[in-house]
Design a protein around this ligand. Structure first.
Ligand code: BG6
Length: 498
């Protein structure tokens, strides 16, 4: 009755937060490689340059409402002591991949999610030929996984795009990126044919409103630019699915949604409506990628705002035919919203600040304001399955914490408690509600730089990495208590959660 025999247990990472080696192996820079470090309450910056040589920076990242660079500026890599770029070293997976994959295998993983960096394959995003060293690196990573029976799950676009494409085209605002992305994906499909079965197209595709530069390289982002970029990513995803289905029939391509159930703070019907609208606003993306059509509430909203979609002949057929094979999602917690403005309602940061939310008095929050919710897996799985009736896969869930490293380890009971509640809730959805779930991948299984803040202090891992916020440290890997706990859970296929 529990999790299926072939359930995927493992962890998830992303190149820009983990890989490092940014100037090695012939790679080009990505948009993430010019994002500076920040901290809680201090957004990351994106440096810019104008033709006349003037430079500056703007907080185009998460946790900021800035959506534009100054007139005539483009995002640029600027070498200056005042800027520190965390992706350049990150956790140095580039040089530690063999060790990390071995540790994951010893933990019992049968799946590892990682992202490939587009600009490692095509340094400018649209080069005529792929960079052999980039392809060889990812093939070596995949081979290392397969050596231990670990199924690789590749995210093709995880919060970074070739910087050159962002500079020249305002990122995904321009349709030019669609076919370049498909070429990039196809090079990987060809090279990894017979070795990798599962891919995701765009990580957390619905976070574009919250951070259009981070997700889509769009540095001048009016609502029309965001609608264009979203549409182009949908189209690119659909075309990629079609290439996979036609040329590599054994491949399964998933969409990836940042989800968190939205609760009304009160029983006031206005709060019910608001919660529903906010959840629908997220489900818009899975509606398109899993059913092939835009929901009416989005089209009506676009019309009110005077936004038009950059549709060309035949696009809708492609979007319809290229729906994804499964729905994957990240889930960190839930959100709580209200129309009420009473003084005693505390502000909340919800699921990583994606929405403006209020604190849920029934839940605990961590130091970054993220609420942890023991029931959110079950609620999420029911919501998604009952809407799409497709295979689901939780490919991210985790908790960031300022871990204390003492005597060669971290006693991270708080992480174990979080995981226990999540896995138990997921188990209820599978056992009691009959939801088909493909797997559970813990986010940031090895410590890495946080995306929102660009700092190492917000650690998620079960494997500790000796590096500080500035990449200083030995990079030595050590096992935390949660590593041993998760190993036991995996060995019992989710039965032993003690
Ligand atoms: C998800 C992203 O939103 O959340 C990851 O896909 C990110 O890239 C993770 O790292 C946790 O967020 P943060 O900001 O704490 O790193």
């Amino acid at each position: 009755m529990g999790f299926s025999k072939d359930f995927f247990w493992g962890g998830a990472t992303a190149a820009n937060q983990y890989e490092g080696g940014v100037f090695e192996g012939g790679a080009g820079l990505s948009t993430a490689d010019i994002m500076t470090n920040g901290s809680h309450g201090v957004p990351r910056q994106v440096p810019w340059r104008k033709e006349d040589g003037t430079t500056g920076s703007e907080p185009l990242c998460f946790h900021s409402d800035v959506r534009h660079l100054p007139e005539g500026a483009i995002p640029a890599y600027i070498e200056d002591d005042k800027y520190y770029y965390p992706s350049h070293i990150a956790s140095d997976f580039y040089h530690h991949y063999k060790e990390d994959i071995r540790l994951c295998a010893e933990e019992g993983f049968n799946c590892l999610r990682f992202s490939t960096k587009w600009s490692r394959i095509l340094p400018n995003g649209d080069d005529a030929q792929p960079n052999e060293e980039g392809l060889a690196f990812y093939e070596a990573v995949v081979d290392e996984c397969l050596k231990y029976g670990i199924e690789p799950l590749i995210t093709l676009d995880h919060y970074e795009n070739p910087l050159s494409l962002s500079q020249r085209f305002n990122g995904w605002d321009d349709r030019y990126l669609v076919d370049q992305f498909v070429r990039y994906a196809t090079y990987l499909f060809e090279r990894l044919d017979g070795k990798v079965k599962y891919y995701l197209t765009f990580n957390e595709i619905n976070c574009i409103d919250a951070a259009p530069f981070v997700t889509a390289g769009v540095y001048n982002a009016d609502p029309q630019n965001i609608a264009n970029a979203t549409y182009h990513q949908f189209l690119a995803s659909a075309k990629t699915v079609l290439v996979a289905h036609e040329r590599f029939p054994e491949l399964k391509i998933g969409m990836m949604l940042a989800f968190g159930p939205v609760y009304p703070y009160t029983s006031d019907s206005a709060d019910q409506l608001l919660a529903r609208q906010m959840e629908d606003r997220t489900l818009f993306y899975s509606d398109v990628q899993m059913t092939g059509r835009y929901p009416n509430y989005v089209l009506a909203d676009y019309e009110r705002q005077g936004i038009t979609l950059p549709v060309q002949d035949g696009d809708w057929d492609i979007i319809k035919a290229g729906v994804c094979d499964f729905l994957s999602f990240s889930l960190y917690g839930s959100n709580c919203v209200t129309t009420h403005t009473d003084d005693d309602i505390a502000a909340g940061e919800g699921n990583g600040g994606t929405f403006k939310t209020v604190a849920n008095p029934y839940l605990k929050t961590n130091a970054w304001g993220w609420a942890t919710d023991p029931d959110c897996q079950r609620i999420t799985l029911n919501t998604l399955f009952n809407r799409y009736h497709c295979p689901l896969w939780c490919v991210e869930s985790g908790i960031g914490w300022n871990d204390e490293f003492v005597d060669g380890t971290v006693h991270d009971d708080y992480r174990i408690d979080y995981m226990r509640a999540n896995i138990a809730s997921m188990k209820d959805a599978v056992e009691i509600d009959g939801i088909p779930l493909m797997g559970y991948l813990y986010w940031g299984c090895v410590d890495m730089v946080s995306n929102g803040e660009g700092e190492m202090a917000k650690r998620y891992g079960q494997i500790y990495v000796d590096a500080d916020n500035y990449g200083q440290g030995t990079m030595k890997r050590s096992l935390k208590d949660s590593y041993h706990w998760y190993k036991k859970v995996i060995a019992s296929n989710g039965e032993d959660l003690a």
